[in-house]
Design a protein around this ligand. Structure first.
Ligand code: FPP
Length: 251
């Protein structure tokens, strides 16, 4: 049986989030510049997105550029932005072919104007697709998102749209950039780093975490399948006991 056939399609995580890490180290291993690593990282993005869509996963979030990444050397930031614009422009037909809808979360107004324009065109051109939601986290960080949500909530309280007593977890979720999507059930990080790095901190409260030593440019759908199989072997308790979960499964 192939690795793919081992996956239980009935028990796929509804939302997978990935911290794509290790492009720089991969490039260094080849004696190349960091941008070379990012360029090859795009191949992994393609393979994982197609693999996820083919399996029938509904939501996939990729951490492509963090708020903190703006502090990287200027040439790398510019190179990443060019790669982003170039990739989006080229990938729209493939997204449509695979029924994939593009979304973006993050402080998009920080991105260069041409990147914002390309993104908004790609979002519009894929808006009719009903398969995988591909959510690119760009200029994103959880602390930014939570502060942003707090500002929006405070404004709505001030203008009378919301009362303080009505700020529940369900209402709070509506002010997050991820309001359209369920919480991630599986969070993957590549490259042997064991950190969450300011990514979907609120939403990942009960996500299963999966870490692999594979560097992102080497990460392919077989590695993705391994993560899904590992996820499916876990008992998810959401704060309850193992016996409670087993009884719920019998009922
Ligand atoms: C982390 O590796 C990767 C990034 C900060 C950028 C991720 C970007 C891509 C995968 C390129 C494709 C994305 C799009 C949307 C075009 P790192 O640079 O932190 O690696 P290191 O930890 O080894 O230095």
């Amino acid at each position: 049986m192939s690795l793919k056939e081992t996956i239980n399609i009935e028990k796929l995580p509804g939302h997978v989030a990935i911290i794509m890490d290790g492009n720089g180290r991969w490039a260094k291993e080849q004696g190349k510049d960091r941008l070379f690593g990012h360029l090859h990282g795009v191949e992994s993005v393609r393979d994982i997105v197609e693999g996820a869509a083919e399996l029938g996963i509904k939501n996939l979030t990729l951490y492509a550029f963090s708020t903190e990444n703006w502090d990287r050397p200027e040439y790398e930031v510019i190179g990443l932005m060019e790669l982003l614009v170039d990739t989006i422009r080229k990938e729209v037909p493939t997204l449509n072919k695979n029924n994939i809808r593009l979304h973006v979360i993050g402080a998009i107004n920080m991105l260069p104007e041409n990147a914002q324009r390309e993104l908004s065109e790609a979002i519009n051109e894929t808006a009719h697709n009903t398969g995988l939601n591909l959510i690119m986290a760009l200029s994103y960080s959880s602390r930014w998102e939570i502060v942003n949500a707090t500002q929006l909530i405070a404004a709505d309280v001030l203008n009378g749209k919301l009362s303080i007593a009505n700020i529940t977890q369900d209402i709070f979720k509506e002010y997050l950039t991820t309001r359209l999507f369920p919480d991630p059930e599986l969070l993957i990080r590549t490259s042997g780093e064991y950190r969450i790095s300011n990514f979907l901190l609120y939403q990942s409260a009960y996500a299963e975490l999966y870490f692999t030593d594979v560097l992102w440019p080497d990460f392919r759908r077989e590695n993705f399948y391994e993560a899904l199989i590992n996820y499916q072997q876990r008992e998810r308790r959401f704060g309850k006991t193992g016996d409670q979960i087993k009884n719920e499964q019998i009922i």
